[in-house]
Design a protein around this ligand. Structure first.
Ligand SMILES: [Zn+2]
Length: 564
């Protein structure tokens, strides 16, 4: 049995872990490596869609594995021969011929984004919630060839450029849906399956209904729901000839479903795993560092890295504390309240919905968030829906050109739509769920007074400094007081850092277990070997597990670790 890491090695995100055993070949996750991507690309410098696989492979974002990628994204002109000649790609070039599937832990794009490039026939295994979130995000996102995780929009070559095939009556050119396998398939309603088979665009879909996940290739598979900052997150395990291999995905103990993570640990320990492939986001020489997730993950192309901002040996902030702190801040606010958090984090959204109720306000989300909530509700009726929740409305951006799904949504939710003039007339009655990227809507509202509550990641890269500076300018211009927004300061060694001002902490809970919690978890699961991924400090596993008898094997990109 062999495990080869093609991502998540010494960095946070971009996990692509190949497992090979006998005739079976599978990946754990297939995400976008934001760290590597940011070394070459940024907001206005992106891989060229017309170049297909070329740019992402040449720049090291996609491993050179022949036989698993979309044939319609192979650029003109002897592409694989170029790869064979390339100094830096050749050492990692392999013919895989076949892949039995990809196990996807959750719907954050640093874990599932680059499914986009895989052959649309390759089976994807995930929880139903992860599949539905991914579909809603693809449906409502911009067309982006790095985000086709649920269905592939066909391309064809013309004059050396790959362009999307135009859909017309004579040539419908359907989107090709990927075959998803859910462990919890039985719970899906007919309405849910209807959503699954539709594209919300003019293009038809070659729909593939989800199937029941059992084994993958010749190997038994198990899924374990865990607590993380997005619903549907799972750890998983595969039984190989060398024993069980367990993969944590991303997880934490700070949320309302922390019991799931504890159940997973118990169950995983019972498997007596040969190998544990384990996340280590917050392992840092500085202590339990916070990692850049929140706004970075949703905006996509930003640099992700842990920011050293002092030792954090104190207990981690829980979602429950966030709720209590935000309630206090909003209860004392007059005028408009803007809450900046990722509404994909349904637990946080639910907390703000409760706060809205308790403070006599209405919570207003963007239409893409309403669409996502609708999709998630099809899987879990506990997710608040705009039709049902009395305090939940959808913001109408009057200046946007509407896509088909947006027009549908506005028809369906006509009575639940609120525009800028209503908000302006009753500023004290609303909490708007905007992030930095939606801040331009303030021009239509012109609030004059209010509160901007920052309830998102607490760590910053240099690239985000500029965004923070701009955000402050916007808030000042429109008379909003920031709260919880990080500002420049110096740490105990005199280095410049960005941190939440004293007295304004506790409006955000991390999506990741602390380093100490991770190490305790590994000891409890007690695998023979642990392989650290999704961490900038894999070496801290060696130090942290001294005396435990657990072997730590540090992965190197593209180098197979063998297990007997
Ligand atoms: Zn995640």
């Amino acid at each position: 049995m062999k495990i080869t890491c093609y991502g998540g090695v010494g960095q946070i995100g971009g996990n692509k872990v190949l497992l090979e055993d006998g005739l079976t070949r599978l990946f754990f996750d297939f995400g976008i490596p934001f760290g590597d991507r940011a070394r070459f690309f940024e907001e206005y410098l992106n891989p060229r869609p017309g170049a297909g696989l070329l740019d992402v492979m040449e720049m090291g974002l996609l491993p050179p594995l022949r036989g698993i990628y979309r044939s319609d994204l192979v650029p003109a002109g002897r592409f694989w021969e170029r790869v064979e000649r390339s100094q830096h790609l050749r050492p990692h070039l392999r013919d895989l011929e076949r892949l039995d599937g990809v196990l996807v832990s959750h719907a954050h794009v640093d874990h599932n984004g680059y499914l986009s490039f895989l052959d649309p026939g390759i089976p994807i295994y995930s929880s139903a919630m992860t599949g539905f979130i991914a579909k809603a995000m693809q449906d409502s996102g911009q067309t982006d060839f790095e985000r086709e995780s649920v269905y592939a929009v066909p391309r064809k070559e013309s004059g050396g450029v790959l362009t999307t095939v135009t859909s017309s009556r004579s040539n419908p050119a359907p989107a090709l849906q990927r075959p998803y396998y859910f462990p919890d398939l039985a719970d899906l309603s007919a309405e849910a399956l209807d959503f699954w088979r539709q594209t919300p665009a003019a293009r038809p879909m070659d729909a593939v209904l989800p199937r029941q996940a059992e084994g993958i290739g010749e190997l038994p598979v198990r899924f374990f729901p865990v607590d993380h900052s997005i619903f549907g997150s799972s750890a998983c395990a595969v039984e190989t000839s060398a024993g069980w291999v367990v993969y944590t995905g991303d997880l934490r103990f700070q949320g309302g479903t922390a019991a799931l993570t504890r159940d997973f640990i118990r169950e995983a320990a019972r498997l007596r795993p040969r190998v544990l492939i384990c996340e280590g986001t917050r392992l840092s020489p500085e202590g339990n560092a916070e990692a850049l997730f929140g706004p970075s993950a949703s905006s996509g192309h930003r640099r992700l890295r842990t920011a050293p901002f002092g030792r954090l040996r104190t207990a981690p902030v829980t979602e429950e504390q966030v709720r209590a702190n935000a309630l206090r801040a909003i209860g004392g606010a007059s005028g408009l309240v803007v809450a900046d958090f990722g509404p994909r984090n349904i637990e946080r959204l639910r907390a703000f919905l409760e706060i809205a109720r308790e403070t006599g306000r209405q919570l207003v989300v963007l239409d893409k968030d309403a669409y996502l909530l609708g999709a998630m509700r099809l899987v879990d009726s506990g997710v608040p829906g705009v039709e049902e929740a009395p305090n939940l409305l959808v913001y109408q951006d009057l200046r946007a050109t509407l896509a088909l799904w947006q027009r549908d949504l506005r028809d369906r939710l006509a009575s639940r739509i609120v525009g800028p003039s209503q908000v302006q007339a009753h500023l004290g009655e609303f909490i708007l769920c905007f992030s930095f990227w939606d801040i331009k809507n303030l021009i239509d509202i012109d609030p004059g007074e209010g509160l901007y509550l920052y309830s998102s990641s607490e760590a910053y890269s240099e690239e985000q400094e500029l965004d923070l500076w701009r955000l402050r300018n916007w808030l000042q211009h429109f008379g909003l007081t920031p709260r919880g927004l990080p500002q420049e300061s110096t740490d105990e060694r005199g280095r410049k850092v960005y941190r939440t001002p004293p007295g304004e902490e506790g409006y955000h809970a991390s999506g990741h277990a602390t380093g100490d919690e991770i190490l305790a978890m590994v000891r409890e699961i007690n695998p023979k070997t642990v392989v650290p991924v999704h961490t900038e400090h894999p070496e801290l596993f060696v130090e942290g597990l001294k005396g435990s008898g657990i072997e730590v094997r540090l992965p190197a990109y593209g180098e197979a670790l063998e297990f007997g």
